[in-house]
Design a protein around this ligand. Structure first.
Ligand code: SME
Length: 309
């Protein structure tokens, strides 16, 4: 299969080898090298030659240097994660159509992503310099997925506002899904898996006869269809009646492996009248992906789920 994500950032960072007075010439060489992508990028932003020169002139070498070091550090894994997370969602993103590719580039830092015409297919252009300026480089794979979803919805340009804003926008859709009742839990799992780049196995367990029994889920089939309280991450969350986050499953001794690909897991209880009735379990193929935002987002979802079960 073709690679959906192409990394061109290092080629853009070649600018640092050029004397600052020649940056406009470097940009010209970038236009030629990445024609028609870079010229189309300028068109979408409606930038004249003069404006491009001005932006370059106002960009400090120091800033680009800092960006470069952080990119080299953060990107090693993120580049791979970002490609894998899109491939994992191939059906949802209709990758078989081969009508778009994602290009990671460091451009003028004006907008996080846009769609431009490439030679054959559409290019979803991610300006990682723009993400970095907002301190959101670490969330590259989520920003990339959001851009790819935006492209499929017919959007042409967008900005990634960070997890909090993104999760808030997803919550509206979650409420809509759940308004149809209990039968939609599988749809909810699918929605979460498709819209969050590092939610790779999403499922519910419900308490039955004092044990956790597997409910609706999406992702690889699991042998853990019944889990006693206290056993594994799920069983521990049930026993403690609180959210359990494991950022690195290799360091958790009381853990039931579902897939060798899993690197991290979060389990959030569903309460009814103060009693635990079930759990939302999410496995991630990315290392240490969960933050406080994930916890808050998923706990809110479990409150909503508690109303329909
Ligand atoms: N890993 C879980 C078991 C469930 S699977 O991840 C789906 C645990 O340790 O409880």
């Amino acid at each position: 299969m073709r690679s959906i994500v192409q990394n061109k950032v290092e080629e853009c960072l070649e600018i640092l080898r050029w004397d600052r007075t020649k940056w406009a010439d470097f940009w010209e060489s970038l236009r030629k090298k990445f024609g028609p992508i870079v010229p189309n990028y300028e068109k979408v932003l409606r930038l004249s030659d003069e404006e491009v020169k001005k932006i370059l002139w106002n960009t400090e070498r120091r800033e680009l240097d800092r960006f470069k070091w952080e990119w080299l550090d953060v990107s090693r894994n993120k580049k791979v994660e970002c490609a894998e997370s899109l491939s994992e969602r191939a059906e949802f993103l209709e990758l078989k159509r081969e009508d778009f590719s994602v290009f990671l580039m460091a451009l003028l830092g004006k907008t996080d992503w846009m769609v431009v015409d490439g030679e054959k297919e559409k290019i979803v252009l991610i300006d990682v310099f723009s993400l970095w300026r907002k301190g959101l480089l670490k969330e590259l794979s989520l920003a990339t997925l959001q851009a790819a979803i935006g492209f499929r919805k017919g959007e042409n340009v967008g900005n990634y506002g960070g997890k909090k804003a993104y999760f808030n926008s997803l919550l509206k859709k979650v409420e809509e899904i759940l308004s149809e009742g209990k039968e939609t839990l599988k749809d909810l799992c699918e929605f979460l898996r498709n819209h969050v780049s590092y939610y790779d196995w999403v499922g519910f367990y419900f308490v039955e006869d004092g044990k956790l029994k597997l409910g609706p889920f999406v992702g690889e089939p699991t042998e853990h269809v019944e889990i006693p309280f206290g056993i594994g991450v799920c069983g521990q969350a049930a026993e403690r009646k609180e959210t359990f986050v494991v950022q690195d499953v290799t360091r958790e001794t009381n853990y039931l492996s579902c897939s060798p690909k899993t690197k991290a897991e979060i389990v959030v209880p569903v309460f009814k009248n103060g009693e635990i009735v079930g759990e939302l379990d999410i496995d991630s193929y990315s290392p240490s992906p969960f933050s406080e935002e994930d916890r808050r987002f998923l706990e809110r979802i479990c409150e909503l789920v508690s109303k329909v079960v």
